[in-house]
Design a protein around this ligand. Structure first.
Ligand SMILES: C[S@@+](CC[C@H](N)C(=O)[O-])C[C@H]1O[C@@H](n2cnc3c(N)ncnc32)[C@H](O)[C@@H]1O
Length: 233
């Protein structure tokens, strides 16, 4: 194993803002259950990697609680160290499988979910692993407050098209979309003013970045309550 990776596996265990649940030990209270966070809206980034989007969201919105989730702790180490260096007390990282995310957050407690460049899993037999497949939409619909939105950024046309179909089939509502997020001429917002290294590489290869926002449990009373992340009226 490369030295850097080994260092990160050891270092991440010391970071107070990275939660690594240990199934062998009794569960400890999760930091975001503290009363200090009770009034904050919660934003999850699922499959956050090094947490570039989570870092950006937390810095831009100190009034929100941001949690980046990934199954690879050495990647979370990078985000955790940066979060500490920036003094972001509204940012945590959690090592977990997205499949198990309801273990860590109560239902109807999440205001936004970001899926940032999830693996497209192109093979037919892997469709069930796509983070916008039916079993994941079911999980998100339970976690989100009514009308809370899921946002997808992807360089994969296959995953973009699949997600639009999957959401429609599931009975969700597409709120906004873009086939070329960085090519459109509208106000900057969180959707495109944070650019991860993965995203930069895709753009350098000539890929366009696709974007999709949708709801899964919309309550008519709350329609329009969530801002359009593309900044359109
Ligand atoms: C292509 S990377 C994108 C990373 C980051 N969001 C970005 O924009 O650079 C996909 C990430 O999702 C994580 N991942 C994939 N499936 C997952 C799952 N089921 N649960 C948790 N993390 C997952 C991987 O470990 C990886 O870090």
């Amino acid at each position: 194993m490369p030295k850097t990776k080994t260092r990160k596996y050891a270092r991440v265990k010391e970071l107070p803002n990275v939660i690594i649940p240990d199934p062998a030990l009794p569960p400890e209270p999760l930091p975001w259950t503290s009363p200090a966070y009770a009034d904050k809206k919660t934003v999850l980034e699922l499959g956050c990697g090094k947490g570039e989007h989570s870092l950006g969201f937390a810095a831009a919105a100190p009034g929100k609680l941001c949690v980046g989730v990934d199954c690879k702790s050495h990647r979370l180490c990078t985000g955790g160290e940066k979060g500490l260096a920036l003094g972001l007390d509204n940012l945590f990282f959690l090592r977990a499988q997205v499949e198990e995310i309801r273990t860590y957050f109560p239902d109807r407690s999440i205001h936004e979910i970001w899926l940032t460049f999830p693996d497209p899993h192109p093979k037919q037999r892997s469709i069930k692993h796509r983070l916008s497949s039916e079993k994941f939409l079911e999980i998100y619909s339970r976690l989100l407050v009514p009308g809370g939105q899921v946002h997808l950024k992807t360089d994969s046309s296959l995953l973009y098209t699949y997600t639009r179909e999957s959401v429609a089939y599931w009975g969700g509502q597409i709120k906004s979309y873009s086939d070329n997020l960085h090519g459109e001429n509208h106000a900057f917002t969180g959707a495109r003013d944070i650019v991860s290294a993965f995203e930069n590489k895709a753009t350098a290869r000539g890929e366009t970045i696709k974007f999709l926002s949708f709801t899964l449990n919309e309550d008519p009373v709350n329609q329009g309550a969530v801002n359009d992340p593309l900044g359109r009226d």
